[in-house]
Every structure is written in structure tokens, then in C-alpha cells.
Design a protein around this ligand. Structure first.
Ligand code: AMP
Ligand code: GLY
Length: 426
């Protein structure tokens, strides 16, 4: 059977997924909603409001879609998978209760506690207990300390005060609502010292397979300085993720997560993104996400030698354990080309030049739009340039060689993507 597939989302992650799915021998037609000019090369973009579940369902029926693949977290946390599965439609992505691993920090922390999954010690406070929370922190006098808004906050829900004064300032911010509605409950967490790495597992509710690991670069500035962003670049595999370490992550973190979700009646199907801190006590969970990382997806999907659509279908049909997944052993590095000013104010509509000069490597679109024959910037993160090679160093070189061929007004990127990995290898 050949599949008609609907992929939801519009970023670089979705371009990488569309590119991967489009190569499948099982694909008939691929639609991407709403997509971007990059995804339009792999399938047909459709203007569809993906937060309107009825509209999504109408489209699925009208176009005889067999499978929906969900890129971003919001529709999953809002229950899109439940809504479509009730209509007997196959969806790749967890149902609402399983997506709570990302949707609620409190749920995730309590879940890890119930299942003995290593993570930072924590305490939860409700909105009318903020004074009590501040008192608790000041009394403990252990800095830095981590404050997390409970709900989805688009990466902006974490404050890390380093002193009593900064704690009081953080609570002022929390009280005046700058962390949006997400802060109705607050998780106060012990600060973990170490290096971060993300591990990605594909899951069918019962079993899972690790499909890669990557290190993201969340801060806007080189040397991990400045404001937090959605991610300025990533590389894979990360040298910090040595074989023994990854085996212990599978055994002590991913397996109990999948088994625990199943035992609690919320089998986890889809991509499980486990954000880890490698501490002197071993790996501990910083966060779970219920979808691929962006830009981490852009360095993981190209490594998959198996038919991506086939693997996804095996998850929606609960047959992952019978499916073999083959990955290549190349290194990859992606550099995010951003609009100057991001993650704060920036201008859009700048003409992008040079893409026709890209030979090796790949470029995934994130915030772009077309205007006649022109390609214009249309977001903070604009393009993700991917380099590959036999070594991390050659992957990084390949990526920057491509970057130097592309231009737009006020283009900004970090020059040190992958540097941490190289340092570890040295
Ligand atoms: P999260 O939204 O939970 O991923 O947190 C965002 C970022 O804050 C993480 O990527 C870490 O860099 C940092 N962070 C979160 N929790 C902790 C923690 N307990 N200890 C140290 N850093 C943390
Ligand atoms: N790159 C971080 C994330 O996707 O959450």
C-alpha cells in the first residue's frame, strides 16, 4: 500500500521530516500544513490552521490521508492525537496524557519520582504560594537555583537566579506574568552542574529505539552567552554521548519512561526527546519533549538509512520491535542562519541569495517565504545549513563552507557550533 501523508508544522524540523518522508518508497502524496518554501520541494503545502482540529479532520477526509505526522508540541499537548485516533485515523505523535511529559513540568517531575528516573530534586508551588517559594529558596541559600513555569512556555519558562537578590527579582517577574500564563504553578529545582546532551527515541507505546543524540546551542551568543533562543545550531553525534553513557541512558532513563507511561495507562507513541545533564553522578533528566528538537532533527533525520515513513508506520501500528532501523555513522552539524536582532525584535522580508551555490550538504528552511522568484526572510530562525563528514571537524567545516555562500541583510549566526564537541575530542 502507498500512503498519503499529512505533516503538520512549518519550521526547519518539518522541512527535515518532509525531506525524509519524501524519499520513502511507501509514499503516495505528502501534504505539509502549513509548511514553508523548503517543504514545498518535498510535497504540497496547504494553508491549514493546525490548531483547528475540525479543519484538519476535514482535510484528511477530503484528501484521503492515511497518516498524520505531527511536528510541533502544541497540537499534541492540546489533544490532536486523541481527536484523530477517536476517528480511527493513524497519527504519529503522543496522545494528550502522554504529551504531558512536555506539557507539564510538574507532571514530568512527579512521573520521574514515581519511577525512580534520575533528575534534579524539586518542589512545586502554586501561584498563591509564590511568597512561600521565595522564602523557601532564600532559607535554603543554595544558588544557582532553577525556577520553571509548569506549562508550555516556548523555551522561555526557565529562570536561574544566582543570588537572593536575583531570586527576588525573578519572583517580581513571575508575579507580573512575564512568563505568560504558563506560570500558574512553579517548579523549584536544584541546579545541575554538567554538560547537556539530547537523546531521541522513536517509540510505539510498548518499545522504543534510540535514533540519535545531539547537542543544541540554545544561547544567541558565541561561548553560550546572551539570551535563550529556540536553538542556534546542533551537531550529532555528540562526543559526550559515549557508548556506555548512552547504554545507561537507555536502561535507567528511557526504558523506565516508556514502561512507566505504559503501566500508567498512557502508552507513549511518537518521538521522545530526552534532554539530559551529564553530571558527576551520571546522566539526569533536565526535561522531556514530546517531539523532535529543532534544530536537532535536522542533524538526526539525514542519518537515517532506513525508510523513515516505514519506521513511522511501524510505530503507529505497534510493530517497532520487528522493524530494524539503520543509521549511517557520519557526523553532522547544522548552523542556524538567523535574522539580526533575534530572539528579540528583527525585520522580515530580506532577500536571501546564494542558495543556488550550495553543492554538498543541505539547507533546510525555517523562516522563509517566496515572493515571485525571490526567497525572503520570514522569521527569526531563517535557514538551517547542514554539513556532514566522517569526523565532527569535517562536518563543521562543511556546514560553514555552505554558510559562507548564503547571504541576506543582517544575517546572524554563531561561529562556534560544534566547538564544545571538538574540545571534548581533543
Ligand atoms: P527546560 O525548559 O527545562 O529545558 O530548561 C531550559 C534550560 O535551562 C535547559 O536546557 C538547561 O540549560 C537549563 N536548566 C533547566 N533545568 C536545569 C537544572 N535543574 N539545572 C541546570 N540547568 C537547568
Ligand atoms: N532545540 C530545542 C528544542 O527543540 O526544544
Amino acid at each position: 500500500m502507498k500512503y498519503n501523508v499529512l505533516l503538520l508544522g512549518s519550521g526547519g524540523r518539518e522541512h527535515a521530516l518532509a525531506w525524509g518522508i519524501a524519499k520513502s518508497s511507501k509514499l503516495d502524496k505528502l501534504f505539509i500544513a502549513p509548511g514553508n518554501p523548503g517543504t514545498a520541494k518535498s510535497g504540497e503545502n496547504v494553508a491549514l490552521d493546525i490548531s483547528d482540529f475540525d479543519k484538519v479532520w476535514e482535510f484528511i477526509q477530503r484528501h484521503d490521508i492515511h497518516l498524520t505526522v505531527v511536528g510541533p508540541e502544541q497540537p499534541l499537548v492540546d489533544g490532536l492525537a486523541d481527536f484523530l485516533e477517536e476517528k480511527c485515523h493513524a497519527v504519529f505523535g503522543p496522545k494528550q496524557q502522554a504529551a504531558m511529559l512536555e506539557g507539564s513540568k510538574e507532571f514530568a517531575k512527579d512521573f520521574m519520582k514515581r519511577h525512580d528516573i534520575p533528575t534534579a530534586a524539586y518542589k512545586v508551588f502554586s501561584q498563591n504560594e509564590f511568597d512561600k517559594a521565595a522564602e523557601y529558596i532564600i532559607e535554603k541559600n543554595k544558588y544557582p537555583v532553577v525556577l520553571k513555569a509548569d506549562g508550555l512556555a516556548g523555551g522561555k519558562g526557565v529562570l536561574i537566579p544566582e543570588s537572593e537578590q536575583e531570586t527576588l527579582k525573578a519572583f517580581e517577574e513571575l508575579k507580573d506574568g512575564s512568563l505568560s500564563g504558563a506560570a500558574s504553578r512553579l517548579v523549584v529545582e536544584e541546579f545541575m552542574e554538567g554538560e547537556e546532551v539530547s537523546v531521541f527515541a522513536i517509540c510505539d507505546g510498548d518499545s522504543f529505539k534510540v535514533i540519535g543524540n545531539a547537542q543544541d546551542h540554545k544561547r544567541i551568543g558565541e561561548g553560550d552567552t546572551g539570551l535563550n533562543t529556540g536553538g542556534m545550531g546542533a551537531y550529532s553525534p555528540a562526543p559526550i554521548g559515549a557508548k556506555e553513557l548512552l547504554e545507561s541512558v537507555e536502561e535507567e532513563i528511557i526504558k523506565p519512561t516508556i514502561d512507566g507511561m505504559k503501566a500508567e495507562g498512557n502508552p507513549y507513541q511518537g518521538i521522545l526527546y530526552v534532554g539530559l545533564m551529564i553530571t558527576s553522578d551520571g546522566p539526569k533528566v533536565v526535561e522531556y519533549n514530546c517531539r523532535f528538537g529543532d534544530p536537532e532533527c535536522q542533524v538526526i533525520i539525514p542519518a537515517m538509512k532506513s525508510d523513515l515513513l516505514d519506521v513511522i508506520i511501524s510505530c503507529t501500528e505497534g510493530r517497532l520491535s520487528e522493524t530494524s532501523i539503520e543509521l549511517d555513522n557520519q557526523y553532522r552539524c547544522t548552523v542556524v542562519l538567523a535574522s539580526g536582532g533575534y530572539p528579540q525584535g528583527y525585520e522580515k522580508g530580506k532577500e536571501i541569495t546564494g542558495l543556488e551555490n550550495i553543492d554538498a550538504g543541505m539547507v533546510f528552511h525555517a523562516g522563509t517565504k517566496t515572493d515571485g522568484n525571490k526567497l525572503l526572510t520570514n522569521g527569526g530562525r531563517v535557514l538551517n545549513v547542514v554539513g556532514e563528514g566522517q569526523s565532527l571537524q569535517s562536518a563543521i567545516l562543511d556546514a560553514y563552507n555552505q554558510v559562507h555562500k548564503i547571504g541576506f541583510e543582517n544575517m546572524y549566526y554563531r561561529n562556534d557550533i560544534g566547538a564544545k564537541g571538538l574540545k571534548r575530542l581533543a
